[in-house]
Design a protein around this ligand. Structure first.
Ligand code: SF4
Ligand code: SF4
Length: 81
């Protein structure tokens, strides 16, 4: 299991989907929150969840800003498998 997002939001300004929407759901920590809920089976991989996670462009711009070096792109991609 990967380390867990500490929700510091340092990554938010780097994320194009957050900056466009200004909606936390479409931020790295929003995506990772969904990943955590999926991993713990608190939610199912329904169409709405797939739509949100698929919004991540996998640009990787968030990763250099993460203080705990989370592999954010890989974590989001893995949740969609
Ligand atoms: S990889 Fe995804 S979460 Fe990270 S900055 Fe790009 S769009 Fe946002
Ligand atoms: S910088 Fe890393 S720990 Fe902080 S909110 Fe973003 S993904 Fe989570």
């Amino acid at each position: 299991m990967n380390a867990v997002c500490v929700k510091c939001a340092r990554c938010n300004p780097s994320c194009p989907t957050f900056m466009e929407s200004l909606d936390e759901v479409y931020s790295p920590r929003g995506y990772l929150h969904l990943c955590t809920l999926l991993e713990s089976q608190k939610i199912q991989l329904r169409d709405e969840v797939v739509q949100i996670l698929s919004s991540c462009t996998q640009c990787g711009d968030c990763e250099p800003l993460c203080p705990i070096d989370l592999p954010i792109v890989q974590m989001i991609a893995s949740a969609l498998k």
